[in-house]
Write a protein that binds this ligand. Sequence first.
Ligand code: NAP
Length: 216
Amino acid sequence: MNRPYVIINCAMSADGKIALPNRKQLRLSCDKDLERMYKLRNEFDAVLVGIGSILSDNPKLTVKEKYVKNPCQPIRIVIDSKCKTPTDSLVVNQITKTFIVTNKRCDKKFEKNVEIIECPTDLDGLIDLEIMLDILHKRGIKTLMIEGGGTVIWSFLKKDLVDDLHVYIAPIIIGGKKTPTMTDGPGIKSEDEIISLKIVAIKNLGNGILIHYKRL
Ligand SMILES: NC(=O)c1ccc[n+]([C@@H]2O[C@H](COP(=O)([O-])OP(=O)(O)OC[C@H]3O[C@@H](n4cnc5c(N)ncnc54)[C@H](OP(=O)(O)O)[C@@H]3O)[C@@H](O)[C@H]2O)c1
């Protein structure tokens, strides 16, 4: 099975949170990190989020011209097994193509730039990521940037489908037992399941730091 080169890009607080306790989005990146993130998006064939992020943040997932002149917009991918993506969400606007990866036939009427890709689910009833990556690779996507949220990032890491992680850590604390974190799946069951990373680079960026990890 072939797959694209996969990276995770995420911004979090010093206590590992990626949103407010009510799950709403907040700005965690400094200006320099935003610029880095948009330039990275511009270099990737596709960016991917889960339906949870679409419903809570309504992101466009495009590259802003303010940061990149004449951007090369990546394909936007939403993993959304029940096709809950609203037809008026910003991720399906006509700026670039969007793939919605679902498990069932979807009768919603989207514009022509939106393609529904059917994919089987795994034993947990979630989109089978290996099969999805193989489909995407066959569709010409050779580089893929995962942008969240915590449930999706967890799944990619747990299935060992990540090559690099870029994590920006803002010098703030958010707190809250149920506040979304970078990895919000069920977590490991025992020490031998630990997901080990190697730090490749650490850089000061604005008032925070950027850590580049690779999967060990
Ligand atoms: N700081 C950041 O960088 C950043 C970036 C993005 C999001 N966020 C935050 O993250 C939060 C949203 O995260 P979330 O965890 O609720 O949602 P999510 O990770 O965006 O999406 C999770 C959903 O995706 C679907 N899915 C389908 N196949 C999957 C698979 N194999 N693995 C995992 N998920 C799969 C599932 O819904 P179905 O079963 O319906 O398909 C699942 O519930 C928000 O609070 C948002 O603000 C932060």
